[in-house]
Write a protein that binds this ligand. Structure first.
Ligand code: PLP
Length: 386
């Protein structure tokens, strides 16, 4: 089917919530994807930090194949080994409590918000400006962006957003606060590292007032920043965290992970989801985490991130470079990031993303090497120059 035929079908039959790029992707391998005409693109976006191990990583593909031929679904009325093993793996690699499975980042945050309200009934949720937590009503209520919230008012009551600073968070958190929810590094907001003193202040304020500190690691998790979980590098341990995106190695799965204090807060019947923790996605996630949780790979991610950021700083026309590990954002001196994304695709066969009018975000596979980084830098330099 031609691209124009796909576009005709979309216009006629798909609710228009997405603005798609004019390319049909038919295959992926490692850092590369191919369109229907055989053109190869360098993918520095990973489906927005989903295919962190590259496209079709052999370990993930093998796990999915094996599990899909054995058992695809039974519901959470039964036990399956992949889900129980994955819960053990997630807990032991992070906060040491228990896990609730779901199917996406927004759902993981919904579960976290219910956990917080269950722990402190009627309590307020504090989030920070510039953050992004998803588009379902609870997650959207914590996503303090006028453009995303306003058309859907009224939102869930009991949410407030403050600046991501130590002072603002300390002032906002009190006896009525059930939780503070924030990203260690804001991704959709343009790759802004949350200041360590703001995280420390949030930890202190939550401890003082018996509130839950919840980190949204949907984008920062699964090795993206050069540690399996970004909180590990921040020096602050949250009471709970949410993960999704890269967890399933390319398949949809999310999870809420708690520390011990909150692990038994949600009780039978409090929450659930038909597909959550299904055997195929859980098997995929076990394979993905097995490959990702490797100190040598994490060191490599930190080094590659340094190389990429240093190279970007050398490019005339690049104004500011931010990020950690392979979660990188940079601003263009002369703006028009959306235009650069289109030109990147057409002229350089490069997949990048704009988070604002002047900001480009890079979320490359963690498995790239120096040669790919240098190749990427060359393509970006050529784009920024014109
Ligand atoms: N939280 C963060 C930090 C995200 O970046 C995203 C998506 O970009 C979400 C939550 C929502 O995840 P999903 O699109 O899987 O619902």
């Amino acid at each position: 089917m031609s691209l124009s035929e796909l576009q005709r079908l979309e216009t006629a039959h798909v609710i228009g919530t997405y603005v798609r790029l004019p390319v049909e992707i038919v295959r992926g391998e490692g850092p590369w994807v191919w369109d229907d005409r055989g053109t190869r693109y360098l993918d520095l976006l990973c489906g927005i930090s989903v295919t962190n191990l590259g496209h079709c990583h052999p370990a993930v593909v093998a796990a999915v194949r094996a599990q899909a031929g054995r058992l695809m679904h039974v519901s959470n009325l039964f036990y399956t080994e992949p889900a129980m093993r994955l819960a053990e793996r997630l807990s032991s690699s992070s906060l040491g409590g228990k896990v609730f499975f779901c199917n996406s980042g927004a759902e993981a945050n919904e579960a976290a918000l219910k956990l917080a309200r269950r722990a402190k009934p009627g309590g307020e949720i504090v989030s920070v400006t510039g953050g992004f937590h998803g588009r379902t009503f609870g997650a959207l209520s914590a996503t303090a962006q006028e453009g995303k919230q306003a058309p859907f008012a009224p939102l869930v009551p009991g949410f407030r957003a403050v600046a991501p600073t130590a002072e603002a968070i300390t002032a906002a958190v009190g006896e009525r606060t059930a939780a503070v929810l924030l990203e260690p590094i804001q991704g959709e907001g343009g790759v802004h590292v949350t200041p360590p003193e703001a995280l420390a202040a949030a930890r202190e304020a939550c401890d003082r007032h018996g509130a839950a500190l919840i980190f949204d690691e949907v984008q920062t998790g699964m090795g993206r920043t050069g540690a399996l979980w970004a909180y590990r590098e921040s020096g602050v341990v949250p009471d709970a965290m949410t993960v999704a995106k890269a967890l399933g190695g390319g398949l949809p799965i999310g999870a809420l992970i708690t520390g011990e204090r909150l692990e038994d807060t949600l009780r039978p019947g409090d929450h659930g989801s038909t597909f959550a923790g299904g055997p195929v996605v859980a098997a995929a996630a076990l394979a993905a985490i097995e490959v990702t949780d490797d100190p040598a790979l994490m060191e490599r991610v930190r080094d590659l991130g340094e190389r990429l950021r240093a190279g970007l700083r050398e490019i005339p026309g690049v104004a500011a470079v931010r990020g950690r590990g392979l979660m990188i954002g940079f601003d263009l001196e002369h703006g028009d990031a959306p235009g650069l994304v289109l030109r990147a695709l057409a002229e350089q066969h490069l997949i990048v993303n704009a988070t604002g009018p002047a900001t480009i975000r890079l979320l490359p596979p963690l498995t790239i090497d120096d040669a790919i980084v240098d190749d990427a830098l060359g393509r970006i330099a050529r784009l920024v120059a014109c």
